[in-house]
Design a protein around this ligand. Structure first.
Ligand SMILES: NC(=O)C1=CN([C@@H]2O[C@H](COP(=O)(O)OP(=O)(O)OC[C@H]3O[C@@H](n4cnc5c(N)ncnc54)[C@H](OP(=O)(O)O)[C@@H]3O)[C@@H](O)[C@H]2O)C=CC1
Ligand SMILES: O=C(O)C1=N[C@H](C(=O)O)C[C@H](O)C1
Length: 239
């Protein structure tokens, strides 16, 4: 397939290598320095775009893809409080996009495990829950998009939590997300349930960025033949 890479940093460059090795063609590489190249790009030659840029840039990039009828798989985090607005723009303009806070298959299994454990904890009020994410020091957003997805999974399935905060908290209805920045951590997410007698920890540790990149390429290959606002759930259920 012909892929347009929007954002050509750590993720864009790795996707370039893995997609090229797998026989795909990269038809454009957009960074903050050459966004003007989009104006002269032959959009007919693009099957799908993969967007890994930065929080301030993502929405404009997604809207550009929607305007040009290019399906776009979006990995950029830190803007998802405005997802509803982008969903509506996509539907209104007959576009196609999918955003995932994490494209790794392992993390998406971990999301399911998190939800199951949260459900079980409804009848076990002696356990206090908290979460932690660890990433490299170049990361612009905190908490990570993945940790927000985890927190929402807990809030949706554990009755005693109704919101999250990015700090330690004593408010019973608030869920703590602790963010640590340590190089070279590609991405670690932990959930802990602690009682006076024991602790249950579940943790996903990315060993490199390869899982994110391979997941994004697989999603892009599927998304190019879809229509509308799609989710990782849609992808995993159909592939
Ligand atoms: N969903 C997932 O599975 C994953 C998500 N991420 C997220 O993806 C994003 C990118 O991560 P990463 O590659 O590590 O970050 P980098 O900082 O390494 O790369 C970001 C890239 O975006 C470019 N950029 C900045 N502004 C624009 C713009 N307006 N248009 C196009 N490109 C632009 C930068 O250009 P320049 O170099 O010129 O500044 C750079 O090439 C982050 O939000 C991160 O949290 C990361 C890993 C996995
Ligand atoms: O910035 C990163 O590196 C990562 N960002 C994503 C996030 O915010 O959850 C996914 C992954 O953990 C790596």
């Amino acid at each position: 397939m012909n892929i347009l890479l929007i954002g050509y940093g750590k993720m864009g460059q790795l996707i370039d290598k893995l997609a090229t090795d797998a026989g795909h063609q990269i038809v454009g590489k957009i960074t903050i320095d050459n966004t003007a190249d989009l104006q002269t790009l032959d959009t007919e030659a693009v099957d799908v775009a993969i967007e890994f840029s930065q929080p301030e840039a993502a929405i404009d990039n997604i809207k550009w893809c929607i305007d040009h009828q290019i399906p776009v798989a979006v990995g950029t985090t830190g803007w998802l409080d405005r997802k509803q607005e982008v969903d509506e723009y996509c539907e209104l303009n007959n576009g196609t996009y999918l955003v995932a806070s994490n494209f790794s298959i392992g993390v998406n299994l971990f999301f399911k495990l998190n939800e199951q454990l949260a459900k079980l904890m409804n009848s076990q009020s002696q356990y206090a829950v908290s979460t932690k994410e660890i990433h490299h020091t170049h990361k612009l957003d905190a908490p990570s998009g993945t940790s927000i997805s985890i927190a929402n999974g807990i809030i949706d399935h554990l009755d005693r939590k109704t919101s999250w905060v990015n700090e330690e908290t004593d408010v019973p209805t608030e869920l703590t997300i602790i963010s640590e920045r340590i190089d070279p951590a590609p991405g670690t997410h932990e959930i802990s349930y602690t009682s006076s007698v024991d602790t249950i920890d579940i943790r996903h540790t990315a060993h490199s960025r390869e899982g994110f990149a391979k997941g994004a390429i697989a999603v892009a290959a599927w998304l190019k033949d879809q229509k509308g606002v799609k989710s990782m759930e849609d992808f995993l259920n159909q592939v």
